[in-house]
Design a protein around this ligand. Structure first.
Ligand code: ADP
Ligand code: MG
Length: 235
């Protein structure tokens, strides 16, 4: 089938830290209804790319467009309002707020509109039982990861950016997460997963981009791309 135009599109991104080039001309398109994965060794530039899309870092050159609109200079909170949600590798939940309150914070930061977003999201992530009234502090990592994802989803995103969503999860939790992310994509969300865990990427991504030394060095379906990685490139 012909590729739909990307909803979020990065072109020729370049980022330098002092004299070091962390991104060296990176193009990336995220398409509605598809899961895109970025893999690669430590230091490849994955998080730098992620920050350019989320708005927490400005590239020295290149552009980021959302549905054709240039958002390269928009800060992160403005991008959230336009429908770009993200999760954090270091979990970013408010420890003293309850699960439901954390999710409500997401709904308030996001696209205006849906008054049912909090309840729908709690239900989708299995957080609508007694756990909804518990403070986030002290909940197990697997639950906190679901709270973090729920907070992001409650913003009503068109684009969801996930930084290592499988970190700290066991095999069953990774499988459950993959099911949820597939359902979101099937619903029309454009997903980006930056991930070390090849088990999550292999079963989930529609397309995989391999990064090395600030560039995308291979792209394709996971079966082809992950199978042909050299040892040095393996995530
Ligand atoms: P990855 O997420 O693939 O591990 P990063 O994007 O975090 O890679 O980093 C890419 C390169 O840029 C690494 O060599 C890293 O050390 C360097 N780097 C990242 N952030 C900074 C920073 N704030 N200042 C200087 N160098 C940085
Ligand atoms: Mg990183």
């Amino acid at each position: 089938e012909p590729a739909a135009p990307p909803v979020l599109e990065a072109r020729a991104l370049r980022v330098r830290y002092g004299g070091f080039t962390a991104l060296d001309g990176v193009d990336l398109g995220l398409v509605a209804g598809r899961v895109t994965a970025v893999v690669g060794p430590n230091g490849a530039g994955k998080s730098t790319l992620f920050h350019c899309l989320a708005g927490t870092l400005r590239p020295a050159r290149g552009s980021v467009r959302l549905a054709g609109r240039d958002i390269t200079r928009l800060p992160a909170h403005a991008r959230t309002r336009l429908g770009i949600a993200r999760t954090f590798q270091q979990l970013a939940v408010f420890p003293t707020l309850t699960v439901a309150e954390n999710v409500r914070v997401g709904a308030e930061q996001g696209r205006p509109g849906d008054p049912r977003a909090v309840e729908r999201t709690l239900r989708l992530l299995g957080l609508d039982g007694p756990v909804r009234a518990r403070p986030a502090a002290g909940l197990p990592t697997g639950t906190l990861r679901r709270v973090e994802l729920a907070r992001a989803l409650a913003t009503g995103p068109r684009v969801l950016l996930l930084d290592e969503p499988a970190a700290g999860l066991d095999t069953a939790e990774v499988a459950a997460l993959a099911r949820i992310l597939k359902a979101l994509a099937a619903d029309g969300t454009a997903l980006l997963v930056v991930e070390h865990d090849p088990n999550l990427v292999a079963g989930l991504a529609d397309v995989v981009h391999v990064m090395a030394a600030g560039r995308i060095v291979a792209s394709g379906p996971p079966g082809r791309v992950l199978g042909s990685l050299g040892e040095a490139e393996r995530p």
